[in-house]
Each structure stands twice: as structure tokens, then as C-alpha cells.
Design a binder for this molecule. Sequence first.
Ligand code: URA
Length: 261
Amino acid sequence: MRLDKYLSETSVGRRKEVRIYIKEGKVRVNNEVVLIPAQEIDEENDRIEYLGQEVVHNGKQYYMFYKPRGCITARKDQKHKTVLDYFTEMNTDSLFPVGRLDKDTEGLLFLTNDGEFNHQLMYPDQHVEKNYYFWAFGTLNQEQISQLESGICIRENEPVTKPAKIEIMRTGLYCDLKRELQEFDYEKIEINKQNQSILEGRITISEGRKHQVRRMLRASGCYVVYLKRISIGTVGLDETLQKGQYREMTREEVTRLKNGG
Ligand code: URA
């Protein structure tokens, strides 16, 4: 196997990054600095080091995780529980989350040790669709929906968002819909809500900007109180998973995603 491929299948980095590390002389094979990313290595017998630390290659691993609200999409955090803290039964040294969900967002998250997989799914030029289910205070008229779907400015000097799809499933007053909303672990905001309009819907985006769904809806005058990622590409959150649970992804799911969704 090529040295850069080997490293990109570990937590060292994506293919482009590891090529730079190799050229910078940060990688050793059997104690010799190797500067050629395409160099063939014997992954069974060679000792590979990055910055003096042995790089362990566990084979490629792919997990689907049902992220609960309240935990951070990071490997480590001083204050909060992280998504890796739920993987108590395995060595997570080489595992990292693919993209991120906000602390207050729940739903589908992949974890892997495959840097290339991460790249394929998360880079904006890949246009992989992500579908979210939401509840938000506010209303959306047809014009606002069209604007959200065609592209909206969510911050000054930031390009408008790429095309999105929105489906409004239900609209009404909070006092009439609160029983339905109570089913979810939503943000309890401090306003007199009884006569506020609320809507339930789904949105599909193909980018991954920070707080993107919340900011898109905010730019249209709506405040998201519940957000859940339902699917990435054609792979949906396994309905048998409880919050905080994970399972290995099937080979077929991984292949589908690698082939563009
Ligand atoms: N959009 C958001 O606003 N938050 C997420 O966690 C994901 C998408």
C-alpha cells in the first residue's frame, strides 16, 4: 500500500494533509524519514511513525451513531461529554467524527478512522445532501420558502447558501401543537409562547457551514428549538438505535456513500 494512503486511513489526516506531512519530513518508515508520498510500504511488517509516534492502523472502521442533544462533536472536551465518550467498549484512538452536529442538535453522525471517507462526505464540492427534521417558532410564507430554497444570505460578506429543499409538515400555534413538541428533547426558551406560531418541517442542505440550518431559518425570522439530522446522502439514521447508541455501518452503506451518496 502507498504510504499516503496508509496514513489517510488513520487519524493522522486526510490524503492531502498527510502528503504535506510526508514532504515536511514528519513521517518515518522503519526509523528512516521518507519524503515520497507514493512510496510503497508493507503494512504488516513496517513500523510507521508520525512525529515520533507509532501510527496504528486498525483497518477501516465506520460507525453510525445516534448523537443525543447536549454532547459535543469533538474527540475531547474539558467541560462537556463528547461523542467519543459514548464509545466505551472500544479503543477510539484513531476514530473521529465525520463533520459536526451542534451541541443542541441530535441525530445521525458517522465516526470513522478513514480520512478519505470524511473528505468525500464533508467537502462542499461533494454536494452530499443532509436532511434535518426541525421545530421552529415563527412562520414561513411561500416567498420565504423560495428564498431559503434558492439561497439566502446568513451573514454579511458570506456567500448565499447553496440550493436547499424545505418541506413544511405542520404549522399552528404553540398552545395547539405543544403536545406533539413535548415528545422531543427541545430547547425550552423563555418567552410567553402560548400564542406564538410554530412550525414542524424538514430541510435538506448540501453544505456544512457552522449552525447552518439554525442560521438559515433565523435569517427568515424563525427560531429553531429542535433539530435532528435524519440522513446523509441515501443513508438514514437506523431507527432501532436509541440516543447515545451506535452500530457498525454495513459495507453496502459505506460503498453507497463513497459512490456519491
Ligand atoms: N445545522 C445546524 O444549525 N446545526 C447542526 O448541528 C447541523 C446543521
